[in-house]
Design a protein around this ligand. Structure first.
Ligand code: PLP
Length: 384
């Protein structure tokens, strides 16, 4: 008999890899809250786990699923996206050269600047969508990491993962891709040449704004990955088993949620792009977005759930639009089932490269007609 065809990622996610709990044959995997595991009389750990600071079957389930969805070799969960990202840099040799764009998730940008100011790394901020600038910044044999975030939060900059990987690898550097805004549903950076993918699983992977979590997925194991695993285990930079279980549950609907949000975001972006009260829209799904061609090549099924825009009238007008929205809620996250809005400059503060009149929308899974009507109402009200 012919082998069954390999299951599609949406099926793997919906079934959490088809796990069956062995003692009662439950369809849903259990939570393992135990911090410790018993040894046998000869000192072995028959279940393969010793202590929950980095070993728990509830983590194993999520890590196995993320490994499959990203097409990687192994995955590690962390207590937050920032815990995952910072572990990548903390495990580099002292003085390592790092290239990262200024247009990236703002807290990581600030943390990298601080790490560089303390002399732990040498940081070059280079727009990774400018391949000539990237080539010029590489220090062959010294550059350890090229960090990319595509699409970037909040301005939707698109980086060509395959081209950047070629440039970085030629100089002996690894490429780490923050895939938070794309998710493995829309883009799989490892297949395009990246070495590691990082996620804030707080966002669309979980999708319900009720878990803080992060993940790294690697294309290959080796000394740096071993060091990352060691750091996570020794520092205990993990989430708890209850959060890991919630993340596993959220992942089951990932493909439906991402598709719904991306198609809603596309509609919202198209309406905003035509709106007379809007000066600019940042969404890679719009044909005139500078990264649209690359995004169309390296993403499938949509361009993500984050749409940013600048209403006419400057900072105060933007804040008035945000305050007038009634369906979007003003809050500081993205990737949940509920739509959110945020005036980014108020959060990022002085010195941010983000325009001070930019509003970031995170599109959830509501009816897009309601979201569009809400935006039209708020833009009209703020103008009065
Ligand atoms: N990367 C991106 C693109 C993000 O948007 C965020 C959080 O907003 C992070 C990383 C950090 O993730 P966490 O909040 O889970 O630490």
């Amino acid at each position: 008999m012919a082998d069954a065809p390999p299951l599609k990622p949406a099926t793997l996610a919906a079934q959490a890899l088809g796990w069956t709990e062995p003692s009662v044959h439950a369809v849903v995997p259990p939570i393992h809250p135990s911090a410790a595991y018993t040894r046998t009389s000869d000192g072995r750990y028959p279940g393969g786990h010793s202590y929950t600071r980095d070993q728990n079957p509830t983590y194993d389930q999520v890590e196995a699923l993320l490994t499959r969805l990203e097409g990687g070799c192994e995955a590690l969960l962390f207590g937050s996206g920032m815990a995952a990202a910072t572990t990548v840099f903390e495990t580099l040799a002292p003085g390592a050269h790092v290239v990262a764009p200024a247009m990236m998730y703002w807290t990581l940008r600030l943390w990298l600047r601080d790490l560089a100011a303390r002399g732990r790394i040498v940081l070059d901020e280079v727009p990774t969508d400018d391949l000539d600038a990237l080539r010029a910044a590489m220090l062959p044999g010294r550059t350890a990491v090229v960090w990319i975030e595509t699409p970037s939060n909040p301005t939707g900059v698109i980086t060509d993962i395959a081209a950047v990987s070629e440039i970085a690898h030629a100089a002996g550097a690894m490429v780490v891709a923050d895939g938070t805004l794309a998710t493995p549903v829309l883009c799989r950076p490892l297949a395009l040449g990246a070495d590691l993918v990082m996620h804030s699983a707080t966002k669309q992977l979980n999708g319900h704004t009720d878990v803080l979590a992060g993940a790294l997925i690697t294309a290959a194991t080796g000394p740096h990955w071993d060091r990352i695993r060691f750091e996570r285990g020794y520092r205990g930079a993990v989430l708890g088993p209850f959060e890991a279980w919630l993340l596993q549950r959220g992942l089951r609907t990932l493909y439906l949620r991402v598709a719904a949000s991306a198609s809603g975001a596309q509609r919202v972006a198209e309406v905003l792009a035509e709106h007379p009260a809007v000066a600019a829209v940042f969404y890679p799904g719009l044909p005139d977005h500078p990264g649209h061609g690359i995004a169309a090549r390296q993403m499938t099924g949509g361009f993500g759930s984050v749409v940013s825009f600048r209403p006419h009238g400057g900072r105060e007008a933007a804040r008035a639009v945000s305050a007038a929205l009634r369906v979007f809620r003003q809050a500081s996250s993205l990737g949940g089932v509920e739509s959110l809005v945020e005036h980014r400059a108020s959060v990022e503060g002085e010195g941010t490269p983000v325009p001070d009149d930019l509003l970031r929308l995170s599109i959830g899974i509501e009816d897009p007609d309601d979201l569009i009507a809400d935006l039209e109402y708020a833009l009209a009200k703020a103008k009065r």
